[in-house]
Design a binder for this molecule. Structure first.
Ligand code: PFF
Length: 453
């Protein structure tokens, strides 16, 4: 790098920092907001099982493949392919990742904004005295408005941009190390309260008892999309983060730890939400609003609920922030390294452009709620297209690149840290990235989209 602004490429300080940042990216609204509502819409237990299968059989290898590319190339998501495959069209994978990043951040910031609204409501005791129906109504009134949802989205994008502008090491890395464990602790406490509600058993049954009659190809595609979304794979986030990882960090262990942490939190979120969904007579297929209706209900029924609500929504906002930061970093790293912009300029341009697109996602719940394209709102399309189309597509090409283009020697170097680690599963990994993952994703894709009947 000869750019005067960045004489030495930024990097994470070490192992713990890498895990905190990568887990910070993976653990977010995808686990606590998206997983329960998508699982709820798709019948619960059987969905969970298929989701878990995808996480470990495909998600984990794709994550490792991304880290391998990033650390090898030491560049952003698009530049990495240009460097490793000069003059070849592989860089288009990176380009697709940038597009996915735009879409994800556009709709993610809508929901992230909602968490800030709920944080303020928690502070002002806004849930107090409301029953389940009233809380549902308040949520609907809020999200279908324009001013407050837009304001919070703007605030959230500003926070994200601020952290990215400052660099990741001394901001996110430092705080995620402390905050992620607190989030887990809190979720466990809320789980306990949820589990002790009358009628909790039905929720657990819904979450854990598979009913395969609900499973169709589109549901399987939803499970794959959710797995990719939750692990932050398929668009180069982990290529970008991988490029900040030092040579002595063990990539397979890192990928495994992040995968396990992410999955555990999704399951805990399910245990937190579904017992309460049934106890309060809420429809598990309620959709986007599920957690925002169910959680305030739980807090209302808890001793000390006022404080738990504040802490919970604080942490949820932070979990969202450590994810939005990682998405914005993909675009900013690309702008600054490939288009030769200063980090500051790249951050301002990327964040402003994404916020502008995001306005349409936010207004999808209010003034634009009737502007349907093939039955979905703008928000619905961003959510569906990014998770179910762009991320799986990105994942296919990423594994193909590592399996067929990068070469065994390069892959072995990264996985074993130049021979220092044993790399016993190297061959298994290669078989997965060469054959199993691309074929499996392609099949789910083709059938899930109904391309073949
Ligand atoms: N994994 C994040 C979550 O579960 O909330 C969302 C996300 C972040 C998706 C980064 C994709 C990404 F590249």
């Amino acid at each position: 790098m000869t750019n005067n602004d960045v004489p030495v490429r930024d990097s994470f300080s070490g192992k713990v920092g890498v895990i905190a940042a990568a887990a910070g990216s993976a653990v977010g609204l995808g686990n606590i907001w998206r997983f329960p509502y998508v699982a709820g819409e798709n019948g619960g237990g059987a969905f969970l099982l298929i989701y878990l299968g995808f996480i470990f059989a495909i998600g984990f290898p794709v994550m490792l493949a991304e880290l391998t590319i990033g650390r090898r190339a030491q560049r952003n998501a698009l530049g990495s392919f240009k460097k490793l495959a000069p003059g070849k069209p592989w860089y288009l994978i990176g380009l697709m990742g940038i597009v996915a990043a735009f879409m994800i951040l556009a709709f993610y910031s809508t929901i992230a904004g909602w968490t800030l609204e709920y944080l303020v409501q928690a502070f002002t005791n806004g849930f107090s005295g409301q029953d389940a129906m009233q809380l549902k109504e308040s949520f609907e009134v809020f999200q279908s408005g324009s001013f407050r949802p837009l304001l919070w989205q703007l605030v959230f994008m500003f926070l994200t941009a601020f952290i990215i502008y400052r660099g990741v090491k001394r901001g996110i890395e430092k705080y995620t190390k402390i905050l992620m464990p607190v989030l887990v602790f809190l979720i466990i406490i809320i789980c306990i309260r949820s589990l002790t509600l009358d009628g909790a058993g039905e929720g657990l049954e819904f979450l854990f008892k598979p009913d395969f009659s609900k499973i169709t190809w589109p549901v399987i595609l939803d499970a794959l999309g959710q797995a990719a979304f939750s692990l932050s794979i398929g668009m180069g986030t982990l290529i970008t983060y991988g490029s900040y990882i030092k040579k002595d960090t063990n990539l397979p262990t890192t990928a495994l730890q992040v995968t396990v942490a992410d999955t555990s939190i999704a399951i805990l979120a399910g245990v937190m939400i579904f017992p309460a969904v049934f106890a309060f007579n809420i429809d598990p297929a309620e959709g986007f609003g599920l957690v925002f209706i169910v959680l305030p209900n739980i807090f209302e029924q808890m001793a000390g609920g006022y404080f738990f609500a504040i802490i919970f929504f604080t942490l949820l906002s932070i979990a969202a922030l450590t994810s939005t930061v990682s998405v914005l970093e993909v675009v900013v790293a690309y702008f600054s390294e490939e288009l030769n912009m200063s980090r500051r300029k790249a951050t301002i341009i990327a964040a402003s452009a994404i916020t502008l697109v995001g306005v349409f996602a936010t207004l999808s719940f209010g003034p634009l709620s009737d502007a349907l394209i093939l039955g979905k709102t703008v928000f619905g399309w961003f959510d569906y297209l990014s998770a179910n189309i762009l991320l799986p597509l990105g994942a296919i090409f990423i594994v193909l690149f590592v399996g067929w283009y990068l070469g065994k020697k390069a892959v072995a170097d990264e996985i074993t840290n130049q021979g220092e680690l044993k790399g016993r599963l190297l061959n298994v990994f290669l078989v997965i990235v060469k054959f199993i993952a691309p074929i499996a994703i392609t099949l789910v894709f083709i059938y899930g989209l109904g391309l073949i009947g």
